[in-house]
Design a protein around this ligand. Structure first.
Ligand SMILES: C[S@@+](CC[C@H](N)C(=O)[O-])C[C@H]1O[C@@H](n2cnc3c(N)ncnc32)[C@H](O)[C@@H]1O
Length: 118
């Protein structure tokens, strides 16, 4: 469980910093995930710069992040019907086996710049 949302107050700065990385991650991420139709959880979605890429795989996307400041910008990248959840990766509000893809992209201290697919 995280004790405090350490990315609060950094969203605008992070969004600018991360823009080129998100672009660089696009092709590898599409390659790793492949096409699909299930639900894709963007774990630690930050400002949502990967939402469009995940959407492009054909899946329904839901973003989850602990920082309401990050989610503030992610909301501008959300499309109609797409959910953004403020929550903790250690206590996910999903049943086992759902979603069927959960990339952690540069997030949660599990990865640096690589996209991990569980
Ligand atoms: C380095 S940023 C990456 C953001 C996004 N994945 C990207 O690639 O643009 C890490 C994000 O993980 C979120 N985060 C860290 N620990 C978390 C936790 N336990 N639960 C949910 N989100 C968390 C932070 O708030 C932050 O937005």
């Amino acid at each position: 469980m995280v004790s405090e949302p350490r990315y609060d107050g950094l969203a605008d700065w992070y969004d600018e910093l991360n823009a080129a990385w998100a672009q660089d991650n696009r092709a590898p991420l599409l390659d790793l995930l492949g096409p699909g139709t299930g639900l894709c959880l963007d774990l630690g979605c930050g400002t949502g710069q990967n939402l469009e890429t995940l959407r492009a795989t054909g899946r329904r996307v839901v973003g989850l992040d602990y920082s309401s400041d990050q989610l503030r910008l992610a909301n501008d990248r959300r499309v109609r019907g797409e959910a953004l959840i403020r929550g903790d990766a250690a206590a996910l509000p999903f049943a086992d086996g759902s979603p069927d893809r959960t990339p952690d992209i540069s997030g949660i201290g599990l990865a640096s710049s690589r996209a991990l697919v569980a």
